[in-house]
Design a protein around this ligand. Sequence first.
Ligand SMILES: [Zn+2]
Length: 474
Amino acid sequence: MSSQEDEDRVARQQAILGLGKSYLSTQNLPDAATPNETTTLLPPAEAPEEEEIHYTRTRGIVWSVLTALFAVSVVILVWFPQIVPDALAPLVGRLPKDPLKAAVQILDRAPVIDGHIDLPILLRSRFANNLTVVDLRGPVIGHVDIPRLKQGKVGGFFWSVYVGCAKPEEEGPDFLTSTWRVRDTLEQIDVAKLAIEQYSDAFQLALGSQDIRDSLANRKIASLLGVEGGHQLGNSLATLRQYYELGVRYVTLTHTCHNAFADSCGMAPGFPPLHNGLSSFGLRLIDEMNRLGVLVDLSHTSDETAKQALQHSKAPVIWSHSSARAVHSVPRNVPDDVLALVGNGRHQTDAVIMINFAPQFVADDGKADIAAVADHVEHIARKTGKKHVGIGSDYDGIDSTPQGLEDVSKYPNLFAELYKRGWTQHELAGLAGANLLRILEGAEQTSRQLKAAGTPPAFDIYDKRTDMGRWLGA
Ligand SMILES: [Zn+2]
């Protein structure tokens, strides 16, 4: 073998090694011991070309295999995402199979906005509204404190600034004497706002839908105010306007008593009506609420009040804490003929019915549990559509709770139950808060339109009042 051939051989070996170890094969290398090495050794000029062909072919095979694997993965992820284990589920955009884990993940992105929590009345009855003797960082007696709110994936709630109905004998037949209820309501607005301010790392006062969005973006609990009963207005539309100025964004037309504006459903069947629904002053109250952008809340009202209010209101309405009468027949729950008036069709009004957890409204004694509450949600959703249902637990306003929904940390259990029943991520986000947000935005839009049209404030005075002068004309 010539020295030239030796050099060529070394150069060729180096060229092959340069392509990578996997391509190194002694079969293709000339053997120094082979007798007719000149015939087995390829001409130096042709050697790289053949290796290139081999390399290209191998690369083609590898790419084909990878492409096939990729295509199979895509098919699996699109048609059979459930076969991916829960730990990898977020990577493929799939929810965990475990319903509770799925619920928590959904609520992480779309937290609960509860329509009715009675923390302020607990602060009044247990702590005389003194925020130095209670620490909301917990644990606090009752159903609500900050750690449990966070655990329960709460992104917002209406703080009910409620005080009870006066006794009929104290109130008088025309509701004229219980004006201290306005003072008491101011005290409840005060304690709620002071608590929101004191724990500003957790709460953020919300005066509208944009504030709720900002609050969620800040990872704070949006804190809205709701007055639970027309009896808290002192028969005065001016009081309503001032409550609005203080931040109140819903008024329940009645509590368990009738008032100057509307009939209540009471607590037991057969509660005799007073106005057969709304009084003429009640119609004006709704007009003024529509103009201001205060939500009309129909929980606690009689069926007739609810029907008339749905017909009269120019804005979408809410039930801040009511369940379904067809599932459990008590006056506080909403009957099917009223649910039929909720929606976006002709003779319907957009609304959200936020499910109450009070065991006596959910099921027979001892039977209130997660499944029973879910039955109420599903009944209302079947009658009105899933866009019209929400959560209004009544926590801190109820003596006992359904099994599995013991306090504000337990909301995910209800969402897990509905997830098991086939509710989608989108539908559960609506139930959690998006449906309420839509209704609030609708009421804000109506308010803007009425103000833009130059609608004046309602100056109506309750006709039973004798303490104000009467305008006699110019
Ligand atoms: Zn209530």
